[in-house]
Design a protein around this ligand. Structure first.
Ligand code: DUT
Length: 155
C-alpha cells in the first residue's frame, strides 16, 4: 500500500483533559478521516430543525498553508438520523488555532440525542493550492466555453 514518507504532523492542544482518552485517529489504514467527538457534559437533544455548535475540546494547528482541514458529516448519522452539519461542510484554515467546533444540525423529523463524547463528524486533511488572481479581458478558448448548469443535457 502506498504511504506518504512525510506524513504531516499536526500540533494538537487538548482544551479539556478528558479528550486525552478520545484523540481522533484513523480507524483503519485506509481511513480518509478521523472521527471527532462531542465534548459535552450531558446529553444534548436536538429537536427537528435544531442547530447547535458543539465543542470538540481540541485545537489543531495545521500550520502548512498547503493543507486544510475539512469537517464532514458521518454518513450513518446523516442518513439514518438526519444529523448533518449546519454549515454543510466545515473548512478549517491552516492558520486557525482556535477550538475545532462542529455545527450539528438535525435536518430530520425526529429528535436525536447526542451523547457526551459520541463521534459526531469527521476531520479530513486535504491539500490546497492558493492562487493569485489576474484580471484579463478575454480567456483562451476552451472546449466548454460558457456552457454550464446542465448545458450538456441529462443522459
Ligand atoms: O465547521 C467549522 C468551520 C470553521 N471552523 C473554524 C476554523 C476556521 O478556520 C474558522 C473560520 O471558518 P470560516 O472562514 O468558514 O468562517 P467564517 O464564517 O467565514 O468566519 P471568519 O470571519 O472567522 O473567517 O472557523 C470550525 O471550527 N468548524
Amino acid at each position: 500500500m502506498p504511504t506518504f514518507p512525510d506524513r504531516p504532523r499536526l500540533a494538537v492542544k487538548l482544551l479539556d483533559e478528558r479528550m486525552r482518552d478520545y484523540m481522533p485517529h484513523y480507524a483503519t489504514a485506509g481511513s480518509a478521516g478521523m472521527d471527532l467527538r462531542a465534548l459535552l457534559d450531558a446529553p444534548l437533544t436536538l429537536e427537528p430543525g435544531d442547530c447547535e455548535l458543539v465543542r470538540t475540546g481540541l485545537a489543531i494547528h495545521i500550520a502548512d498553508p498547503g493543507l486544510a482541514g475539512m469537517v464532514l458529516p458521518r454518513s450513518g448519522l446523516g442518513h439514518k438520523h438526519g444529523i448533518v452539519l449546519g454549515n454543510l461542510v466545515g473548512l478549517i484554515d491552516s492558520d486557525y488555532q482556535g477550538e475545532l467546533m462542529v455545527s450539528v444540525w438535525n435536518r430530520g423529523d425526529t429528535s436525536f440525542t447526542l451523547e457526551p463524547f459520541e463521534r459526531l463528524a469527521q476531520y479530513v486533511l486535504v491539500p490546497v493550492v492558493q492562487a493569485d488572481l489576474e484580471v484579463v479581458d478575454d480567456f483562451d478558448a476552451s472546449a466548454r466555453g460558457m456552457g454550464g448548469f446542465g448545458s450538456s443535457g441529462r443522459h
